[in-house]
Design a protein around this ligand. Sequence first.
Ligand code: FAD
Ligand code: PYC
Length: 415
Amino acid sequence: MQRYSVFAIAREAFRHHLGWERAWAAPEPKPSYDAIIVGAGGHGLATAYYLGKNHGITNVAILEKGWLGGGNTGRNTTIIRSNYLQDPSAAIYEKSRSLYETLSQDLNYNVMFSPRGVMMLAQTHHEVRGYLRTQHANALQGVATEFISPQRVKELCPILNIDGPRYPVLGALWQARGGTGRHDAVAWGYARACSAMGMHIIQNCEVTGVRSENGQVTGVDTTKGFIGTRKLGMVVAGHSGQLAEMAGFRLPIEAVALQALVSEPIKPCMDVVVMANTVHGYMSQSDKGEMVIGGGTDGFNNYTQRGSFHHIEETLRALVETFPMISRLKMLRQWGGIVDMTGDRSPLISKTPLGNCFINCGWGTGGFKAIPGSGWAMAELMAKGEPGPLAEAFNMWRFKEGRFIDESVAAGVAH
Ligand code: FAD
Ligand code: PYC
């Protein structure tokens, strides 16, 4: 793999930038692989990367029905934090956040991790109590968060109206090393590193069927023909129910649209991420100056990557009362993604009823932050056939056994 560095940029400057290689190869599929990952979103690519890096398994194909990173990974608002309540969640989200700290160096690709700080506003007494509880749990889990006063909120984000017409700000849960990253770059960085290890990323290759014999997957039918495999990883977010159906089992999951929008670019006015979960909206400013905005999920199951208009209206209403200075901003773009939601708002990183088939899904509205940690844990599960400590609690049988990992508050987005 060609190394990216300041010297490489200088060298290319002298030869009209004609020497850059393609970031990843575009091979045709082989008849079979040691492992196939379905879905080249962040989680699928990270799984493949850690299969190679941590476990030496590189005869791997990643099959993607569209273009890599074109699902939720390229559609999200890039908030990274690990201020979850339950121990298994704090462990995997903090592992992930800490991997983000050095991901650009690990991948030799700038993922623009920006630990600018994330605050979740408390605007009711219930939220104050909830976030104080999270702060105490985080202290025991080794996750650095603190509950801050309204005055500190105002210092950190002067454009915020802490006296709100409906819900004054009573404080906030603040994670100073939370922040944002560049979503496409995370997918592209992992893809480039996977390709450099000899893995095959095969785009425009939809999986249409899963073949099995005696309880073991033998391969997948795709729009490019049958491809055999010894191990299968399903990492397709909102389409997980469909993949599971192809393999003959059902998942405790539903698919809903979540949408986001960005404004025209303006001068820097906000250098933290703010989530206002009572009025329901969240906002940060991108490096280009656009205000990046999102709200809650659509209240009905669907597969359209658009979202409905009333949500935009509700979200903007919430944000105008929180940040009155945005009231005259023009919105530039709006889009949606299909998120995969479980009943306890926690993911599945799990074995399945088929022996050599594994599933990673259910990250719902909050899986961008989890990409490195999830890939790490899923790779361990696929390599060893058993979950390691990060994945153990996230098996799909918890819904039969009543061992929920309730993160409906920490998920941060209304469901
Ligand atoms: P995806 O990126 O969706 O990848 C799955 C891939 O599987 C897709 O590329 C799809 O084309 C492919 N696929 C599906 N079916 C098949 C098939 N049959 N054959 C082959 N390929 C198939 N999370 C955060 O942490 N912070 C945020 O701020 C945040 N904001 C969000 C805002 C929005 C609007 C949305 C939609 C999501 C947000 N999320 C956020 C959630 C986050 O985007 C997702 O949890 C995460 O990106 C999921 O990644 P993934 O790799 O599992 O899925
Ligand atoms: O999980 O932090 C999050 C998030 C913010 C917006 C969407 N998801």
